[in-house]
Design a protein around this ligand. Structure first.
Ligand SMILES: [Zn+2]
Length: 200
């Protein structure tokens, strides 16, 4: 872990006001906000970085399943849902049972990952009315490898691309009963190809 900022970080305009680029994302049709915006001033770097969740001997939320219902699992993988409805038609997360980040996956598990990404995408697409399932891995919060699947509703062209999570934040949330049924349908679709659905 670094304790000194890199050349890249040293070049950043930390503490200075940055002006909006004329063709920047805030001017794209997919950006959910409009009006007068300004860019947040960059803070000083924090080095070494603080531990992520599950990294410093604390209870790992990826291991203990306290952050959402496990919809489906098999011997090596699980798909987790979200308790609270979102502003997108569906959102789930794929995690290995074993604790570790992407680089820690055993070769056999890493080789399964492509097929698992396809399976979860298929399960979400089977809901109908979904144009695309965006797959994201960020990993800045929790250290237990987890992949996000975020469904974009078919026909909503403004919701395309990287701003979808921002739209999910501001759009009306899916009614709770419908959200639970969506989770059940995803679990059943996954179990149809093997493993066990835990919400039926
Ligand atoms: Zn873990």
């Amino acid at each position: 872990m670094s304790v000194e900022p890199s050349d890249f970080v040293r070049r950043l305009p930390i503490g200075e006001r940055i002006s909006l680029p004329e063709d920047g994302i805030p001017f794209w049709e997919v950006f959910p906000y409009e009006g007068d915006l300004r860019i947040r001033v960059l803070d000083e770097p924090v080095l070494p970085e603080p531990p992520r969740r599950g990294e410093d001997g604390d209870e790992c939320p990826g291991c203990v399943d306290t952050e959402g219902p496990t919809l489906w699992s098999d011997a090596h993988w699980k798909v987790r849902g979200f308790v609270e409805p979102e502003g997108v038609p569906a959102q789930v997360m794929l995690l290995p049972h074993d604790h570790g980040d992407l680089a820690d996956l055993a070769p056999e598990r890493a080789a399964q990952l492509g097929g698992m990404l396809q399976r979860v995408e298929r399960a979400v697409m089977s809901l109908g009315g979904i144009a695309r399932v965006h797959i994201n891995r960020w990993g800045d919060g929790g250290s237990h490898f987890h992949v996000w699947f975020v469904a974009r509703p078919e026909g909503m062209m403004q919701l395309r691309g990287t701003c979808l999570p921002l739209w999910s934040d501001v759009l009306p949330k899916v009614p709770a009963e419908e959200w639970q049924e969506t989770n059940r349908r995803i679990a059943r679709a996954l179990a149809a190809e093997g493993g066990t659905a835990h919400v039926v």
